[in-house]
Design a protein around this ligand. Structure first.
Ligand SMILES: Cc1cc2nc3c(=O)[nH]c(=O)nc-3n(C[C@H](O)[C@H](O)[C@H](O)COP(=O)(O)OP(=O)(O)OC[C@H]3O[C@@H](n4cnc5c(N)ncnc54)[C@H](O)[C@@H]3O)c2cc1C
Length: 292
């Protein structure tokens, strides 16, 4: 299929793009890497009258180090730049790992982190990782900028808290505490498919190896990326023995509401959420201290 006829407009600045969104409202769509949007347009599941291209705007792409040890990633930063960034690998290896699992090299060469987050596919790789890393998003709209926590951003399938006249401009990732371990495991039928289940874990242990903080976020098992809050709470204050890990993972299926499809039934996804949380926990614990 070919898309419905539309008018293509190149924005030169974020302010330009915002005023076009204000002017054309629901008739406009932003174009980043086009890897999700153009497929939807070809299938005529999206038919914007105006396509506002963000690709010519300076300063929306790139990875910046903060003096306090955190990082900012421009919303138009392509997946391949994140996947291959030594800086990100040295601080947030789960972001490189999860990005390397997105589609194929062609998709990663064009697709952007901002596009992936704003698209809010419930089986996508980036959302659970930015949630587990407690990232924040800088959005720009007609009244200036605002910051939204990743935790509060994803509302439902393909739905976020962003309003239709806002643009995501930056992803801000805070510095992690010492003795923190990270892991990302994606389970899909074939390499490059969307996740049947994916688990992102960021866990901090004290010097006695007692868990002081745990972030566990999953993709593919609900209408949005979800946080296994009960599992996180269960782990705090405990020494992470095999028995504790088993019990923690067993609490996950009760917190997810997967739908079934050709890739896996709801029951299968639910069962796999326990299996892969256990694997990811073991991996994250093994990684504690590997970066600090
Ligand atoms: C065959 C195929 C396989 C894929 N496999 C995977 C996979 O395994 N895992 C995975 O996670 N993803 C996968 N993807 C999706 C891929 O990650 C896309 O790159 C991503 O979802 C969208 O990024 P984009 O930059 O191409 O955004 P676009 O397609 O340009 O835009 C997507 C949506 O976000 C909006 N948008 C874009 N940028 C902004 C912004 N800065 N501010 C506000 N709104 C914005 C657009 O208006 C649009 O509604 C796959 C895609 C394809 C086609």
């Amino acid at each position: 299929m070919t898309p419905k006829k539309f008018e293509y407009i190149e924005a030169n600045t974020v302010e330009d793009a915002v005023s076009l969104l204000v002017k054309y409202k629901d008739e406009a769509k932003l174009l980043a890497g086009g890897q999700s949007l153009l497929s939807l347009m070809k299938l005529r599941l999206a038919a914007p009258q105006y396509l506002i291209d963000l690709n010519k705007i300076d300063g929306l792409s790139g990875i910046k180090e903060h003096p306090d040890g955190g990082l900012s990633i421009g919303a138009m930063t392509r997946h391949y730049m994140i996947e291959n960034s030594d800086l990100i690998q040295s601080r947030y290896p789960i972001l490189c790992e999860s990005t390397s699992k997105i589609g194929d090299p062609h998709i990663r060469n064009r697709g952007t982190i901002g596009g992936a987050l704003c698209h809010a596919d419930p089986s996508a790789d980036s959302p659970p990782v930015v949630k587990a890393l407690e990232a924040e998003f800088k959005l720009q709209g007609p009244n200036g900028t605002r910051i939204v926590k990743a935790q509060d951003f994803f509302e439902d399938m393909f739905t976020t808290t962003m309003s239709s006249d806002e643009i995501m401009i930056e992803i801000i990732i805070p510095k992690l505490a010492p003795r923190t371990g990270q892991s990302y495991i994606k389970f899909s039928r074939r390499e490059g498919d969307f996740a049947i289940v994916a688990v992102a874990i960021v866990i901090t242990l004290d010097e006695q190896r007692i868990c002081t903080k745990a972030r566990i976020d999953l993709s593919g098992v609900d209408s949005k990326p979800i946080t296994a809050t009960k599992t996180e709470e269960f782990l705090i204050g405990k020494e992470l023995s095999d028995a504790v890990i088993d019990e923690a993972a067993s609490t996950v299926p009760g917190q997810v509401k997967p739908g079934g499809d050709v890739h896996g039934s709801a029951e299968y996804r639910s069962a796999m959420s326990e299996v892969f949380t256990k694997k990811a926990l073991i991996q994250a614990i093994a990684n504690v201290g590997s970066l600090n």
